[in-house]
Design a protein. Structure first.
Lengths: 479, 444
C-alpha cells in the first residue's frame, strides 16, 4: 500500500501539484440477512482502490481508480492533476489550507472479538432465533433481521509527509417486525430502525443487542399498534428515547455545525445552515441542559478513528456548551478561512470519493435525570420511541419527525399506547425547551449508517451518544 | 473514460462463469466512470472523477445460495470472487424453494440503450465550460451560483449458467444549479443521455430568473392551497409513489396502496414504467438479465399493475417484468424508468387558471409519513410563489407540507403538455410534467 501511495504522490508533484494526498483503501463487508424464516442473503463484498487529491494552479482535483498498483496510482494522479487544471480558470483565489504537522502512526479499532472470526453459522443462528421469536405473534406478516461487519484498512499519505495506517472494524445488527391490517402498517425495530444499529466494535456489540431476547417484544408492540389510538394532537410535553434523541441531534445540530455547509459548499444540494459565523459564541442554541460535542475519540462510535482523511488527529470539539453555540466541525480549508486549525472531521466514503466535512460522533452529553423521573414529573405529554420518518429544511430549522411507538403520559404515568406519532418544531426553539436529559446510566452510543451528503452522494457511518431527554410545549400529533 | 467495451465486460462475465466449479451461477459485471465538477460562490470548489469495475457472483448449489461482490480491478479478482461466493454458499442453510435463475429470453442487445459517445468522452474542460456559463450568467447579475455538472457512463453485462447473456450501456449527463441573491435563491436542472442536450445557457437563464423573482420572500399562512408544481417537485411525488407501492413485494406484504382496478386518482393521471422510452434514459434489461417490459401503474386514474422480479413473479404465478435488483435481496423489484403522461395544457395556462394559490419550484427532504395512505412530508425550496388572479406573484418563504400523494393526484386540475427528465434519489429516470392540483396541505 505504501509504495502505491508514494508513487501517486510523486506523479502528482511531478505533474505540477503544489499539494497532494493519497488514500489507499481496502474494505471488506460481510452481510447476513434473514427474512420470514429464510436466509435471504449471505454476501461478502470487497472494495479496493486508490484516491488521489491534488491542488494544481490553486485548484482542487480528485481522481479515484479501482486498482492498487503503481500504474493505477500514476493514472489516478495524472487524472486528478488534469481535472484540477481544468477547474483552475474558474477559481478566483487559490486553495489555502490550515497548517498541520504531518503525522506518522497506526490506529486499530479496539475490538473484543474480531467479528470476522465468528462463524457464519453463529451469525445465522442469532438471526433465525430472533426471527422465530417474532413469528410467535400472528399479526406480524413481515420479519427482517440483518447483521453487517466491516473491516477497512486505509493508508493516508500526503506530500507534506504524513504516513498514517488505520484499520477500522464495525459490527452492526438489527431486526424489524411489521404487522399489517386492511388499513394500517406498523413496524417495530430493535435496537434501532432503518436496518440496524452499528458500532466500531467487535462481535460483543451483537451479543449486547440481545436480538432474540427482544424479538417477541417488538413483534407484540407492532401488533398492538395496529389498533392503538391515534397520537393525541396539540402542544404538550415530549420525551424522546435515546435513539430518537440521537437522530434529532444528527439533523438539527450535527449538520448545521458543518462548516462547509455554513460557507455554502453544499448550498445546491444538502443545503446551508442557520448557524452563521456571527452567531458563534453568543447564540443561545438550547437550554442549560444541552451540551453537544463532536468527539472522534469517544469509544465505539462510528466516527471514532485515529486521524481523519486529511491526516488531522481525532479531536473533541464542543459545539454547544450548556446551550451556547460554541463550535463547528471543520476541514483544513474551511478552518483556514477563519485562521483556525481543522477540527479533524474530513471523511470520505471509500477510495472513490473526495473527503468532506462529516460528523464524527456528535453526542448529547448526559444530564442528571432519568427516563422514569421525566415521566413521573410530566403532567401531560407523550413518550416517543424509535424513528419512523424524518425531514428538515435546507437550513436545518424547520423539522418534522415521526416515531414508531408512542405512549401518552397523564399525571406522571404512561396511560396508553398511541400510534403514528409526529412532532415538529424549529431547531433553537426546540432545544431551548429541553429541561432534562437522562444521566450516564441511560446514555448510549448509537450508530447512523445512512448519512447522505455531497455530490456524488456519499453515505457515511456516524456516531451519536444520547440519552432520553424531555422537551416542553412541543407541537405533537398523529400522522 | 471506461476502459472496457460492452463486449469485454461480457467476456469478463463469461470468464467468471467458467471459473465456477459446480452448481448454477449468475455473474454481473458493471464498469462505471463518473466525473463531476462542482461549483459554489461562483468558483469550482470540488472537481472529481472515479472509474471502477464491479463484479458480482451469485452461486447456487444444493439448495444453498452465496453471493460475493468485488469493487476493484485486482489481478486475482476472479479467483477471490469465486472463493468468497463458494464460502458464503457452503455455510448458508439449504432451502427448498429458492427462486431459479432466469432462462434466456429475448435477444442479446434488444431494446434501446440511452448511450452518447459525447457524454462518455466528456473532458474536465468540457464540464468547466458548462459550469462557466452558469457562473457567468449569475455573476453578470451580481448573484452567486452553486451546483454541479456531471457525466457518467456505465456498461453492464449479465450471464448465467442457463445460457442467458446480456450486455448494455448507458450514459447520463446532469447540470443542476442554485443561484442565490442577498435574500433568496432559484433552482434549475437538466438531465440527459447526451451532454450536448444539457444546454447550460438555458439552465442559467431559468435559474437566474427564478432567483431574481425569489428575493425578499414573505411568510405565507400554512393551510390548503391550490398549487402548480414544477417537474422538479412532481418528480418527488411520482418517485415516492413508486417507492411506497409500485412493487409486487409491497403488494404481497400488504404495504402498498395499490388496489388493482380501483380508481384512486383523477382520470388525467397516467403513470408507467417504460425502460424503452427514448426520453427516459432507456436500458433494456434488469440485474437478472430479464428484458424490462413496459408496466402501467395508473391508467386514467385507475390502479393497474406493479413491477416484478423473479421471486415475486413466482409467488404470484406470473412472469417477471424485468425489474429485478441484484438477487437475492429483501427490497424486491424496483421501477427505474418512471414516466408520467403529459396533459394538453401549456405551462402558462396552468398558472393562468389559478385564482389564488402557490407555484412550487422544488420539494426537499421528502420522507414517508404513512405508507398505506401515501402521506409524505417535506419542505418547499428555492422558488415558492403566490399565484394571484392567474399570475405569478410575490415570493413566499419555504413551507412544510404533509400530504397524501394519492389524495393530491385525485384532484388534478391540469397537466402540462411539456415534460422534463428528472432523476430520483436512487438515480432512476423520472419523466414528468407540470401539474396543477386543486389542494395541497402546508402544515408549517
Amino acid at each position: 500500500m505504501r509504495d502505491v501511495a508514494e508513487r501517486a504522490l510523486d506523479e502528482a508533484v511531478v505533474a505540477g501539484a503544489s499539494y497532494a494526498d493519497c488514500r489507499v483503501v481496502v474494505r471488506t463487508v460481510q452481510t447476513v440477512e434473514v427474512k420470514n424464516g429464510r436466509v435471504a442473503r449471505v454476501a461478502l463484498h470487497d472494495d479496493e482502490g486508490v484516491g488521489v487529491r491534488v491542488v494544481v494552479d490553486g485548484a482542487w482535483g480528485f481522481a479515484g481508480l479501482d486498482r492498487i498498483d503503481a500504474r493505477g496510482a500514476e493514472e489516478a494522479a495524472r487524472r486528478a492533476v488534469r481535472i484540477a487544471r481544468a477547474g483552475s480558470r474558474l477559481r478566483s483565489a487559490p486553495v489555502r489550507l490550515a497548517p498541520l504537522t504531518p503525522a506518522t502512526g497506526e490506529y486499530h479499532t479496539p475490538v473484543g472479538v474480531d467479528p470476522f472470526t465468528v462463524s457464519l453459522e453463529r451469525k445465522i443462528e442469532v438471526l433465525l432465533a430472533a426471527d422465530a421469536a417474532m413469528a410467535r405473534v400472528p399479526a406480524v406478516t413481515v420479519r427482517d433481521g440483518s447483521l453487517e461487519f466491516v473491516r477497512e484498512r486505509r493508508l493516508f499519505a500526503s506530500s507534506e509527509g504524513a504516513r498514517l495506517e488505520q484499520t477500522i472494524v464495525e459490527s452492526g445488527g438489527g431486526m424489524d417486525a411489521t404487522a399489517t391490517s386492511d388499513d394500517e402498517v406498523q413496524t417495530r425495530s430493535h435496537p434501532n430502525s432503518f436496518g440496524r444499529h452499528q458500532l466500531c466494535a467487535g462481535w460483543e456489540a451483537i451479543e449486547e443487542m440481545a436480538l432474540p431476547e427482544h424479538a417477541e417484544r417488538i413483534a407484540g408492540e407492532a401488533a398492538a399498534l395496529l389498533t392503538a389510538d391515534p397520537c393525541p394532537a396539540g402542544r404538550m410535553t415530549l420525551i424522546l428515547d435515546g435513539t430518537q434523541a440521537a437522530l434529532q441531534v444528527h439533523e438539527s445540530c450535527g449538520h448545521p455545525t458543518e462548516l462547509d455547509r455554513v460557507l455554502g459548499d453544499e448550498a445546491a444540494f444538502a443545503g446551508t445552515s442557520f448557524l452563521v459565523p456571527d452567531l458563534l459564541g453568543s447564540f443561545r442554541y438550547g437550554s442549560e441542559a444541552v451540551t453537544i460535542v463532536a468527539d472522534a475519540t469517544a469509544p465505539r462510535g462510528l466516527g471514532t478513528f485515529g486521524w481523519d482523511d486529511e491526516g488531522v488527529p481525532a479531536e473533541r470539539t464542543v459545539l454547544v456548551d450548556r446551550g451556547l453555540f460554541t463550535g463547528y466541525m471543520s476541514s483544513r480549508e474551511t478552518a483556514a478561512v477563519f485562521d483556525r486549525q481543522s477540527s479533524g472531521t474530513m471523511r470520505a466514503d471509500g477510495w472513490s470519493r473526495l473527503p468532506l466535512i462529516r460528523m464524527t460522533n456528535v453526542n448529547l452529553e448526559p444530564g442528571e435525570s432519568s427516563l422514569e423521573e421525566m415521566i413521573a414529573t410530566t403532567e401531560h405529554g407523550v413518550y416517543l420511541e424509535t424513528n419512523r420518518s424524518w425531514s428538515i429544511d435546507d437550513r436545518r430549522l424547520n423539522f418534522q419527525f415521526g416515531c414508531q411507538n408512542g405512549w401518552e403520559i397523564r399525571d406522571g404515568r404512561r396511560v396508553r399506547l398511541v400510534r403514528n406519532p409526529l412532532y415538529r418544531g424549529i431547531t433553537p426553539e426546540f432545544w431551548r425547551s429541553c429541561d432534562a436529559v437522562a444521566g450516564p446510566d441511560e446514555w448510549r452510543m448509537w450508530g447512523v449508517i445512512n448519512c447522505g451528503k455531497g455530490e456524488p452522494m456519499q453515505s457515511m457511518h456516524v456516531g451519536h451518544g444520547a440519552a432520553p431527554c424531555r422537551f416542553r410545549d412541543v407541537q405533537v400529533g398523529p400522522a | 473514460m471506461l476502459r472496457r467495451s460492452a463486449e469485454e465486460c461480457l467476456a469478463l462475465a463469461d470468464a467468471v462463469l467458467a471459473a465456477v466449479p459446480h452448481g448454477e451461477a449468475e455473474v454481473l459485471v458493471t464498469e462505471d466512470d463518473l466525473a463531476l465538477t462542482r461549483f459554489a460562490r461562483n468558483i469550482v470548489h470540488q472537481n472529481v472523477a472515479d472509474t471502477g469495475l464491479s463484479l458480482r457472483l451469485r452461486l447456487v448449489a444444493g439448495g444453498r445460495v452465496g453471493v460475493a461482490e468485488l469493487h476493484g480491478g485486482a489481478a486475482d479478482a476472479i479467483e477471490r470472487l469465486v472463493g468468497n461466493a463458494e464460502e458464503a454458499r457452503r455455510l448458508a442453510p439449504a432451502q427448498d424453494d429458492l427462486a431459479p435463475l432466469p432462462e434466456p429470453g429475448g435477444g442479446d442487445g434488444d431494446g434501446p440503450c440511452g448511450w452518447s459517445d459525447a457524454t462518455a468522452a466528456a473532458t474536465p474542460e468540457r464540464r468547466a465550460e458548462g459550469v462557466g456559463t452558469v457562473i457567468a450568467a449569475a455573476a453578470a447579475r451580481g448573484l452567486e451560483a452553486f451546483g454541479a455538472l456531471s457525466t457518467r457512463s456505465t456498461r453492464r453485462a449479465v450471464v448465467n449458467s442457463r445460457g442467458l447473456r446480456r450486455h448494455g450501456q448507458v450514459t447520463a449527463a446532469s447540470l443542476s444549479a442554485v443561484v442565490r441573491g442577498e435574500d433568496g435563491a432559484g433552482y434549475a436542472d437538466r438531465h440527459a443521455v447526451d451532454v450536448d442536450d444539457l444546454h447550460p445557457a438555458a439552465v442559467a437563464a431559468e435559474v437566474v430568473e427564478t432567483a431574481e423573482r425569489n428575493q425578499g420572500a414573505r411568510p405565507a399562512e400554512p393551510g390548503e392551497y391550490e398549487v402548480v408544481l414544477a417537474p422538479y417537485a412532481v418528480q418527488e411525488m411520482v418517485a415516492y409513489l413508486s417507492y411506497i407501492g409500485f412493487s409486487a413485494l409491497a403488494v404481497q406484504e400488504h404495504r402498498s396502496f395499490m388496489r388493482r382496478g380501483e380508481r384512486l386518482m383523477s382520470p388525467e393521471v397516467g403513470i408507467r414504467d417504460d425502460a424503452a422510452d427514448p426520453l427516459a434514459r432507456p436500458f433494456p434489461f434488469d440485474f437478472e438479465g430479464v428484458s424490462t417490459r413496459r408496466v402501467t401503474f395508473v391508467e386514467q386514474g385507475v390502479c393497474r399493475d406493479v413491477v416484478y422480479d423473479t421471486p415475486t413473479a413466482i409467488r404470484d404465478g406470473v412472469a417477471s417484468t424485468g425489474h429485478a435488483l441484484p438477487q437475492p435481496n429483501t427490497i424486491g423489484p424496483w421501477a427505474t424508468h418512471l414516466v408520467m403522461d403529459p396533459g394538453t395544457t401549456p405551462v402558462p395556462e396552468l398558472v393562468a387558471g389559478v385564482r389564488r394559490g402557490l407555484y412550487v419550484t422544488r420539494l426537499w427532504y421528502v420522507r414517508v409519513v404513512h405508507p398505506l395512505r401515501t402521506v409524505i412530508t417535506g419542505m418547499t425550496r428555492e422558488g415558492t410563489f403566490l399565484i394571484e388572479d392567474g399570475r405569478l406573484g410575490a415570493p413566499v418563504r419555504d413551507l412544510r407540507f404533509t400530504q397524501s400523494i394519492v389524495e393530491a393526484l385525485s384532484r388534478v386540475r391540469g397537466i402540462s403538455d411539456e415534460r422534463r427528465l428528472e432523476l430520483g434519489e436512487d438515480g432512476s429516470a423520472v419523466l414528468v410534467p407540470w401539474v396543477r392540483l386543486e389542494s395541497f396541505r402546508f402544515t408549517s
